[in-house]
Design a protein around this ligand. Structure first.
Ligand code: NDP
Length: 307
Protein backbone atom coordinates (compact mmCIF):
# COMPACT_ATOMS: atom_id res chain seq x y z
CA UNK A 1 0.00 0.00 0.00
CA UNK A 2 1.18 3.46 -0.89
CA UNK A 3 0.48 6.67 0.93
CA UNK A 4 -0.98 8.79 -1.86
CA UNK A 5 1.41 11.68 -1.07
CA UNK A 6 4.36 9.54 -2.23
CA UNK A 7 2.74 8.74 -5.57
CA UNK A 8 4.10 10.49 -8.65
CA UNK A 9 1.11 12.04 -10.44
CA UNK A 10 2.58 12.28 -13.92
CA UNK A 11 2.09 15.81 -15.26
CA UNK A 12 1.23 15.42 -18.95
CA UNK A 13 0.86 19.17 -19.46
CA UNK A 14 4.42 19.83 -18.26
CA UNK A 15 5.79 16.93 -20.31
CA UNK A 16 3.94 18.19 -23.39
CA UNK A 17 5.35 21.68 -22.85
CA UNK A 18 8.88 20.19 -22.83
CA UNK A 19 8.21 18.31 -26.08
CA UNK A 20 6.81 21.47 -27.69
CA UNK A 21 9.91 23.42 -26.59
CA UNK A 22 12.15 20.84 -28.25
CA UNK A 23 9.98 21.02 -31.37
CA UNK A 24 10.30 24.83 -31.44
CA UNK A 25 14.10 24.52 -31.21
CA UNK A 26 14.17 21.87 -33.94
CA UNK A 27 11.97 23.98 -36.24
CA UNK A 28 14.28 26.92 -35.75
CA UNK A 29 17.34 24.73 -36.49
CA UNK A 30 15.67 23.35 -39.64
CA UNK A 31 15.03 26.89 -40.85
CA UNK A 32 18.81 27.41 -40.86
CA UNK A 33 18.86 24.77 -43.61
CA UNK A 34 16.08 26.48 -45.57
CA UNK A 35 13.41 24.05 -44.38
CA UNK A 36 10.17 25.21 -42.78
CA UNK A 37 8.13 22.22 -41.50
CA UNK A 38 4.54 22.43 -42.71
CA UNK A 39 1.48 20.45 -41.65
CA UNK A 40 -1.65 20.14 -43.80
CA UNK A 41 -4.77 19.49 -41.72
CA UNK A 42 -7.79 18.17 -43.60
CA UNK A 43 -11.26 18.34 -42.06
CA UNK A 44 -14.30 16.96 -43.86
CA UNK A 45 -17.68 18.04 -42.50
CA UNK A 46 -18.73 19.91 -39.38
CA UNK A 47 -18.39 17.45 -36.49
CA UNK A 48 -18.06 19.78 -33.45
CA UNK A 49 -15.49 17.61 -31.61
CA UNK A 50 -13.36 17.33 -34.78
CA UNK A 51 -13.51 21.10 -35.23
CA UNK A 52 -12.13 21.57 -31.69
CA UNK A 53 -9.34 19.02 -32.29
CA UNK A 54 -8.36 20.71 -35.56
CA UNK A 55 -8.39 24.16 -33.94
CA UNK A 56 -6.08 22.89 -31.16
CA UNK A 57 -3.71 21.27 -33.65
CA UNK A 58 -3.46 24.47 -35.67
CA UNK A 59 -2.85 26.45 -32.45
CA UNK A 60 -0.02 24.14 -31.34
CA UNK A 61 1.51 24.36 -34.82
CA UNK A 62 1.48 28.14 -34.56
CA UNK A 63 3.08 28.02 -31.10
CA UNK A 64 5.92 25.87 -32.42
CA UNK A 65 6.41 27.89 -35.63
CA UNK A 66 5.24 24.97 -37.77
CA UNK A 67 3.40 26.28 -40.82
CA UNK A 68 -0.13 24.87 -40.89
CA UNK A 69 -2.42 24.76 -43.89
CA UNK A 70 -6.08 24.02 -43.24
CA UNK A 71 -8.35 22.33 -45.79
CA UNK A 72 -11.96 22.47 -44.61
CA UNK A 73 -14.15 20.46 -46.95
CA UNK A 74 -17.93 20.17 -47.11
CA UNK A 75 -19.56 17.08 -45.52
CA UNK A 76 -20.73 15.95 -48.96
CA UNK A 77 -17.18 15.95 -50.44
CA UNK A 78 -16.72 12.78 -52.49
CA UNK A 79 -14.05 10.21 -51.71
CA UNK A 80 -12.49 10.83 -55.10
CA UNK A 81 -12.23 14.60 -54.45
CA UNK A 82 -10.62 13.91 -51.06
CA UNK A 83 -8.18 11.45 -52.67
CA UNK A 84 -7.42 14.14 -55.26
CA UNK A 85 -6.52 16.63 -52.53
CA UNK A 86 -4.30 14.06 -50.81
CA UNK A 87 -2.50 13.34 -54.09
CA UNK A 88 -1.86 17.10 -54.47
CA UNK A 89 -0.54 17.35 -50.90
CA UNK A 90 1.64 14.26 -51.42
CA UNK A 91 3.18 15.92 -54.48
CA UNK A 92 3.64 19.33 -52.84
CA UNK A 93 7.28 19.63 -51.67
CA UNK A 94 6.38 22.46 -49.27
CA UNK A 95 4.07 20.16 -47.25
CA UNK A 96 5.81 17.79 -44.82
CA UNK A 97 2.91 16.30 -42.85
CA UNK A 98 -0.66 15.41 -43.78
CA UNK A 99 -3.31 14.83 -41.15
CA UNK A 100 -6.83 13.80 -42.07
CA UNK A 101 -9.08 14.37 -39.06
CA UNK A 102 -11.12 11.26 -38.18
CA UNK A 103 -13.91 10.22 -38.24
CA UNK A 104 -14.71 10.84 -41.89
CA UNK A 105 -18.32 10.95 -43.14
CA UNK A 106 -19.65 7.42 -43.60
CA UNK A 107 -19.73 7.61 -47.43
CA UNK A 108 -15.91 7.85 -47.46
CA UNK A 109 -13.75 4.76 -46.95
CA UNK A 110 -11.43 5.79 -44.10
CA UNK A 111 -8.85 3.11 -44.76
CA UNK A 112 -8.56 3.97 -48.47
CA UNK A 113 -7.94 7.60 -47.53
CA UNK A 114 -5.33 6.80 -44.85
CA UNK A 115 -3.49 4.44 -47.21
CA UNK A 116 -3.38 7.19 -49.87
CA UNK A 117 -1.22 9.45 -47.69
CA UNK A 118 2.49 9.23 -48.60
CA UNK A 119 4.11 7.20 -45.76
CA UNK A 120 6.80 9.87 -45.23
CA UNK A 121 4.06 12.51 -44.70
CA UNK A 122 1.83 10.25 -42.57
CA UNK A 123 2.21 12.14 -39.27
CA UNK A 124 -0.54 10.02 -37.64
CA UNK A 125 1.50 6.87 -38.34
CA UNK A 126 -1.55 4.93 -39.58
CA UNK A 127 -0.26 3.93 -43.07
CA UNK A 128 0.45 0.20 -43.29
CA UNK A 129 4.03 0.96 -44.41
CA UNK A 130 4.58 2.76 -41.08
CA UNK A 131 2.67 0.14 -39.08
CA UNK A 132 4.89 -2.57 -40.62
CA UNK A 133 8.03 -0.49 -40.10
CA UNK A 134 7.20 -0.04 -36.42
CA UNK A 135 6.72 -3.77 -35.92
CA UNK A 136 10.13 -4.34 -37.59
CA UNK A 137 11.71 -1.75 -35.27
CA UNK A 138 12.59 0.66 -38.13
CA UNK A 139 12.60 4.43 -37.70
CA UNK A 140 9.18 5.41 -39.04
CA UNK A 141 6.39 7.82 -38.15
CA UNK A 142 4.50 6.29 -35.22
CA UNK A 143 1.01 7.04 -33.84
CA UNK A 144 0.96 10.08 -31.57
CA UNK A 145 -0.90 8.78 -28.51
CA UNK A 146 1.24 5.69 -27.85
CA UNK A 147 4.31 7.75 -28.70
CA UNK A 148 3.23 10.24 -26.01
CA UNK A 149 2.76 7.39 -23.52
CA UNK A 150 6.34 6.24 -24.23
CA UNK A 151 7.65 9.73 -23.47
CA UNK A 152 5.80 9.74 -20.14
CA UNK A 153 7.07 6.26 -19.25
CA UNK A 154 10.68 7.10 -20.15
CA UNK A 155 10.47 10.38 -18.21
CA UNK A 156 9.17 8.43 -15.20
CA UNK A 157 11.25 5.24 -15.30
CA UNK A 158 14.23 5.97 -17.57
CA UNK A 159 15.35 2.74 -19.26
CA UNK A 160 12.39 0.38 -19.71
CA UNK A 161 14.48 -2.71 -20.56
CA UNK A 162 13.27 -5.87 -18.90
CA UNK A 163 10.10 -4.33 -17.44
CA UNK A 164 6.94 -6.36 -17.79
CA UNK A 165 4.35 -4.16 -19.50
CA UNK A 166 0.69 -5.06 -19.87
CA UNK A 167 -1.30 -3.13 -22.49
CA UNK A 168 -5.06 -3.32 -21.99
CA UNK A 169 -6.76 -2.77 -25.37
CA UNK A 170 -5.62 -3.75 -28.87
CA UNK A 171 -6.93 -1.00 -31.16
CA UNK A 172 -4.93 -0.04 -34.24
CA UNK A 173 -4.48 3.52 -33.00
CA UNK A 174 -3.44 2.87 -29.40
CA UNK A 175 -3.12 -0.69 -28.08
CA UNK A 176 -1.23 -2.40 -30.93
CA UNK A 177 1.31 0.39 -31.64
CA UNK A 178 1.77 0.81 -27.87
CA UNK A 179 2.71 -2.87 -27.57
CA UNK A 180 5.13 -2.52 -30.51
CA UNK A 181 6.81 0.55 -28.99
CA UNK A 182 7.20 -1.16 -25.60
CA UNK A 183 8.70 -4.21 -27.32
CA UNK A 184 11.10 -1.92 -29.21
CA UNK A 185 12.11 -0.49 -25.80
CA UNK A 186 12.95 -4.06 -24.66
CA UNK A 187 9.96 -4.60 -22.38
CA UNK A 188 8.30 -7.98 -21.98
CA UNK A 189 4.84 -7.23 -23.35
CA UNK A 190 1.44 -8.77 -22.70
CA UNK A 191 -1.65 -7.51 -24.53
CA UNK A 192 -5.02 -7.91 -22.81
CA UNK A 193 -8.32 -7.51 -24.70
CA UNK A 194 -12.01 -8.27 -24.35
CA UNK A 195 -11.50 -12.02 -24.88
CA UNK A 196 -8.60 -12.35 -22.44
CA UNK A 197 -9.05 -14.79 -19.59
CA UNK A 198 -7.97 -13.61 -16.12
CA UNK A 199 -7.22 -10.07 -17.26
CA UNK A 200 -6.84 -8.91 -13.64
CA UNK A 201 -4.27 -11.62 -12.89
CA UNK A 202 -2.25 -10.64 -15.98
CA UNK A 203 -2.30 -6.96 -15.02
CA UNK A 204 -1.20 -7.77 -11.45
CA UNK A 205 2.08 -9.14 -12.86
CA UNK A 206 2.95 -5.87 -14.58
CA UNK A 207 5.55 -3.23 -13.73
CA UNK A 208 3.83 -1.00 -16.31
CA UNK A 209 0.11 -0.99 -17.14
CA UNK A 210 -1.12 1.02 -20.13
CA UNK A 211 -4.90 1.10 -20.38
CA UNK A 212 -6.79 2.07 -23.56
CA UNK A 213 -10.23 0.53 -23.38
CA UNK A 214 -12.85 3.29 -23.22
CA UNK A 215 -14.64 1.98 -20.10
CA UNK A 216 -14.85 4.38 -17.16
CA UNK A 217 -12.82 3.26 -14.12
CA UNK A 218 -12.63 -0.37 -15.26
CA UNK A 219 -9.36 -1.07 -13.40
CA UNK A 220 -9.06 -0.47 -9.67
CA UNK A 221 -6.30 -1.22 -7.14
CA UNK A 222 -7.15 -4.93 -7.16
CA UNK A 223 -5.83 -5.14 -10.78
CA UNK A 224 -2.47 -3.57 -9.95
CA UNK A 225 0.85 -4.74 -8.50
CA UNK A 226 2.11 -2.51 -5.67
CA UNK A 227 4.62 0.00 -7.04
CA UNK A 228 3.61 -0.31 -10.69
CA UNK A 229 3.35 2.64 -13.10
CA UNK A 230 -0.03 3.24 -14.74
CA UNK A 231 -0.65 5.15 -17.97
CA UNK A 232 -4.36 5.78 -18.41
CA UNK A 233 -5.23 6.60 -22.03
CA UNK A 234 -9.01 6.40 -21.57
CA UNK A 235 -11.15 9.49 -21.87
CA UNK A 236 -14.72 8.90 -20.74
CA UNK A 237 -17.40 11.52 -20.19
CA UNK A 238 -19.69 10.51 -17.31
CA UNK A 239 -22.52 12.10 -15.31
CA UNK A 240 -21.72 12.11 -11.60
CA UNK A 241 -23.10 14.08 -8.66
CA UNK A 242 -25.22 16.08 -11.07
CA UNK A 243 -22.35 17.18 -13.31
CA UNK A 244 -20.41 15.97 -16.32
CA UNK A 245 -16.84 14.83 -15.66
CA UNK A 246 -14.01 13.29 -17.63
CA UNK A 247 -12.60 10.10 -16.13
CA UNK A 248 -10.11 7.52 -17.31
CA UNK A 249 -10.30 3.75 -17.67
CA UNK A 250 -8.61 3.46 -14.27
CA UNK A 251 -10.27 4.23 -10.93
CA UNK A 252 -7.75 6.93 -10.04
CA UNK A 253 -8.49 7.21 -6.29
CA UNK A 254 -8.38 3.45 -5.82
CA UNK A 255 -5.18 3.05 -7.91
CA UNK A 256 -3.44 5.77 -5.87
CA UNK A 257 -3.33 3.35 -2.94
CA UNK A 258 -0.91 1.00 -4.73
CA UNK A 259 0.86 2.60 -7.70
CA UNK A 260 4.19 4.44 -7.67
CA UNK A 261 3.16 6.71 -10.55
CA UNK A 262 0.00 7.33 -12.56
CA UNK A 263 -1.32 9.70 -15.21
CA UNK A 264 -4.43 11.68 -14.28
CA UNK A 265 -7.42 12.18 -16.60
CA UNK A 266 -7.56 14.90 -17.75
CA UNK A 267 -4.00 16.26 -17.77
CA UNK A 268 -2.07 13.05 -18.40
CA UNK A 269 -1.85 11.44 -21.84
CA UNK A 270 -4.25 13.90 -23.53
CA UNK A 271 -1.87 16.89 -23.85
CA UNK A 272 0.90 14.62 -25.15
CA UNK A 273 -1.00 13.52 -28.26
CA UNK A 274 -0.95 16.92 -29.99
CA UNK A 275 2.63 17.60 -28.84
CA UNK A 276 3.73 14.36 -30.49
CA UNK A 277 1.88 15.34 -33.67
CA UNK A 278 4.11 18.42 -33.85
CA UNK A 279 7.18 16.28 -33.13
CA UNK A 280 6.12 13.89 -35.91
CA UNK A 281 5.89 16.83 -38.33
CA UNK A 282 9.53 17.66 -37.56
CA UNK A 283 10.50 13.97 -37.84
CA UNK A 284 8.68 13.77 -41.20
CA UNK A 285 10.62 16.80 -42.46
CA UNK A 286 13.85 15.16 -41.40
CA UNK A 287 12.96 11.79 -42.95
CA UNK A 288 12.13 13.58 -46.23
CA UNK A 289 15.65 15.04 -46.23
CA UNK A 290 17.83 12.00 -45.47
CA UNK A 291 21.04 14.00 -45.91
CA UNK A 292 20.04 15.92 -42.78
CA UNK A 293 21.04 14.16 -39.57
CA UNK A 294 20.31 14.91 -35.95
CA UNK A 295 23.24 14.18 -33.66
CA UNK A 296 22.48 12.43 -30.39
CA UNK A 297 23.98 15.11 -28.22
CA UNK A 298 22.25 16.57 -25.14
CA UNK A 299 20.91 19.33 -27.38
CA UNK A 300 19.70 16.67 -29.79
CA UNK A 301 16.69 18.60 -31.00
CA UNK A 302 18.70 21.65 -31.96
CA UNK A 303 21.88 20.05 -33.26
CA UNK A 304 21.32 19.42 -36.95
CA UNK A 305 23.74 19.05 -39.77
CA UNK A 306 23.92 18.05 -43.38
CA UNK A 307 25.97 14.85 -43.75
P1 NDP B 1 -11.26 1.03 -29.17
O1 NDP B 1 -12.71 0.98 -28.83
O2 NDP B 1 -10.86 1.08 -30.60
O3 NDP B 1 -10.54 -0.22 -28.50
C1 NDP B 1 -10.84 -0.63 -27.19
C2 NDP B 1 -10.05 -1.85 -26.85
O4 NDP B 1 -10.40 -2.22 -25.52
C3 NDP B 1 -10.36 -3.04 -27.75
O5 NDP B 1 -9.17 -3.65 -28.16
C4 NDP B 1 -11.19 -3.97 -26.84
O6 NDP B 1 -10.93 -5.34 -27.05
C5 NDP B 1 -10.64 -3.60 -25.47
N1 NDP B 1 -11.63 -3.93 -24.43
C6 NDP B 1 -12.93 -3.60 -24.39
N2 NDP B 1 -13.50 -4.09 -23.29
C7 NDP B 1 -12.54 -4.75 -22.60
C8 NDP B 1 -12.50 -5.49 -21.39
N3 NDP B 1 -13.58 -5.64 -20.63
N4 NDP B 1 -11.33 -6.02 -21.00
C9 NDP B 1 -10.21 -5.87 -21.75
N5 NDP B 1 -10.18 -5.19 -22.92
C10 NDP B 1 -11.34 -4.64 -23.34
O7 NDP B 1 -10.68 2.28 -28.36
P2 NDP B 1 -9.36 3.19 -28.60
O8 NDP B 1 -8.14 2.36 -28.46
O9 NDP B 1 -9.54 4.02 -29.78
O10 NDP B 1 -9.50 4.16 -27.33
C11 NDP B 1 -9.47 3.67 -26.02
C12 NDP B 1 -9.69 4.82 -25.05
O11 NDP B 1 -8.63 5.74 -25.20
C13 NDP B 1 -10.97 5.63 -25.29
O12 NDP B 1 -11.47 6.07 -24.04
C14 NDP B 1 -10.49 6.82 -26.10
O13 NDP B 1 -11.33 7.95 -25.92
C15 NDP B 1 -9.14 7.04 -25.49
N6 NDP B 1 -8.19 7.71 -26.38
C16 NDP B 1 -7.49 8.76 -25.87
C17 NDP B 1 -6.58 9.43 -26.64
C18 NDP B 1 -5.81 10.53 -26.02
O14 NDP B 1 -5.26 11.36 -26.74
N7 NDP B 1 -5.66 10.58 -24.71
C19 NDP B 1 -6.37 9.08 -28.05
C20 NDP B 1 -7.07 7.89 -28.47
C21 NDP B 1 -7.97 7.26 -27.66
P3 NDP B 1 -11.36 -6.13 -28.41
O15 NDP B 1 -10.33 -5.76 -29.42
O16 NDP B 1 -11.30 -7.55 -28.01
O17 NDP B 1 -12.73 -5.63 -28.76
Amino acid sequence: MNSSCSVNIIDGKAAAARVLNDVRDAVSALKDYGLHPALAVVLVGHDPASQVYVRNKVLRAKETSIRSVEHKLAAETTESDLLGLIADLNADPTINGILVQLPLPTHINENRVLQAIAPLKDVDGFHSENVGGLSQGREVLTPCTPNGCMHLLQDTLGDLSGKHAVVVGRSNIVGKPMAALLLKANCTVTVVHSRSVNAGELCRQADIVVVAVGRPRMLDASWLKPGCVVIDVGINRIEEDGRTRLVGDVDFDSALRVVSAITPVPGGVGPMTIALLMKNTVTATRLQHPALTIHSTPAEATCLSIS
